[in-house]
Design a protein around this ligand. Structure first.
Ligand SMILES: Cc1cc2nc3c(=O)[nH]c(=O)nc-3n(C[C@H](O)[C@H](O)[C@H](O)COP(=O)(O)O)c2cc1C
Length: 351
């Protein structure tokens, strides 16, 4: 039996339907067309207690609607009838205990108003990807790898970058899965299996996404889980990111700090990253992590320039890099290779 750190209580009877679909615009709508359509939809949704989000991007719609099931039925019937779109495909359809879009009747994002795509895409990512989190948590805990892969593939196909998917979807999902375990809503086995399926699906997304135009790096890194840490999602996802960026990558899943030290000593790495769970906060692991950092530095005197740490504990900023003697604590997996390359360059200049 584990300790509850927070109570997650969903009001009985408060469950609402949450539907996400994508479709293709029959002809390219103007900004005015879109605004008019949304204004009408908003009016109707408001009267029915339906909230949601509509994304229009390059001829495609993506919409999430949430509300009482009967109200959703009514809105859904109108949407299906609407001749302005076709190829309607339901992505997720489930019941949730709370709304994600409670402050808006229907929020419109359009990625087409002449804005540069990459930065716009990143601006939208936290909002637009957040609504997939509950659904993905559910199917990951059910170990439904077919649906996990289908969902991530369809999101990647909509144009989200692998980095956005990792930072704004996979990482929050891992934390929500950790919360489900802490609240006794799933077993440790469910959590571990779900995390490994998420990791495989995330890997597939990155391998299919077109790889970066970033300057290739020749640095080398040992990506290790903290000694004895069974959750390896972050470490394996970092392996994809560093490989894409041209690093020489080695991975280690040591059981003890001595085993970690042996791995560090075996090769001349420029950096080592030691990862705690991305799902659970592991507050009690700090002392052991500090020892792991220390022993890694001693194992590679002279050439190891940067020691980085990560995991949910650091993502939530409850501990700093300095508290465990590391040079860097990653808040997110996103951008880690670029940041570590920068720290290595700085470190070399100082040495
Ligand atoms: C991509 C798309 C999203 C839509 N979203 C909504 C919506 O959220 N709520 C709504 O009432 N109608 C929505 N509609 C439907 C139209 O606004 C519809 O014309 C309007 O609700 C009138 O419905 P009716 O055909 O039942 O008269 C949407 C249509 C499209 C093409």
């Amino acid at each position: 039996m584990h300790v509850h750190t927070e109570s997650v209580v969903a009001g009985v009877g408060a469950w609402i339907g949450c539907l996400t679909y994508q479709s293709r615009a029959v002809s390219r709508p103007s900004e005015t067309d879109l605004k008019q359509m949304v204004a009408r939809a908003q009016q109707r949704n408001r009267s029915l207690g339906v909230t949601g989000m509509l994304l229009y991007d390059n001829g495609r719609f993506l919409q999430t609607l949430e509300g009482p099931p009967e109200a959703l039925e009514v809105v859904w019937a109108s949407i299906l009838r609407d001749q302005r779109h076709s190829d309607i495909e339901i992505l997720t359809d489930h019941m949730v205990s709370s709304r994600l879009f409670s402050n808006w009747d229907l929020l419109l994002y359009s990625r087409e108003q002449g804005l540069a795509r990459p930065s716009r895409s990143s601006d939208l990512a936290p909002h637009a990807l957040a609504h997939y989190v509950p659904g993905l948590v559910q199917i990951a805990l059910e170990a439904d790898d077919t649906r996990i892969n289908a969902l991530l593939a369809s999101i990647a196909e909509q144009g989200w970058s692998a980095d956005d998917i990792v930072a704004h979807l996979i990482e929050p999902v891992a934390r929500a899965m950790g919360d489900a375990w802490l609240a006794d809503r799933c077993s440790e086995i469910d959590l571990t299996i779900g995390l490994s399926m998420l990791q495989l699906a995330g890997h597939a997304v990155r391998t299919h996404a077109c790889t970066s135009t970033l300057r290739r790096s020749r640095y080398s890194i040992l990506l290790a889980t903290a000694p004895g840490e069974p959750h390896m999602l972050g470490t394996t996802m970092l392996a994809d990111q560093f490989t894409d960026a041209g690093w020489r990558v080695e991975m280690a899943f040591p059981q003890t700090k001595e085993a970690l030290a042996n791995q560090v000593a075996a090769q001349d790495h420029d950096a080592v990253d030691i990862g705690l769970s991305d799902a659970l906060p592991r507050q009690r692991a700090l002392t052991r992590l500090r020892e792991a950092v220390e022993i890694s530095r001693k194992a590679a005197p002279g050439h190891l320039v940067v020691v980085s740490v990560g995991g949910r504990l650091f993502a939530e900023a409850t501990a700093t890099a300095a508290s465990v003697g590391a040079d860097h604590a990653r808040r997110s997996l996103d951008g880690t290779s670029a940041r570590l390359a920068q720290l290595i360059r700085q470190g070399r200049t100082i040495q």
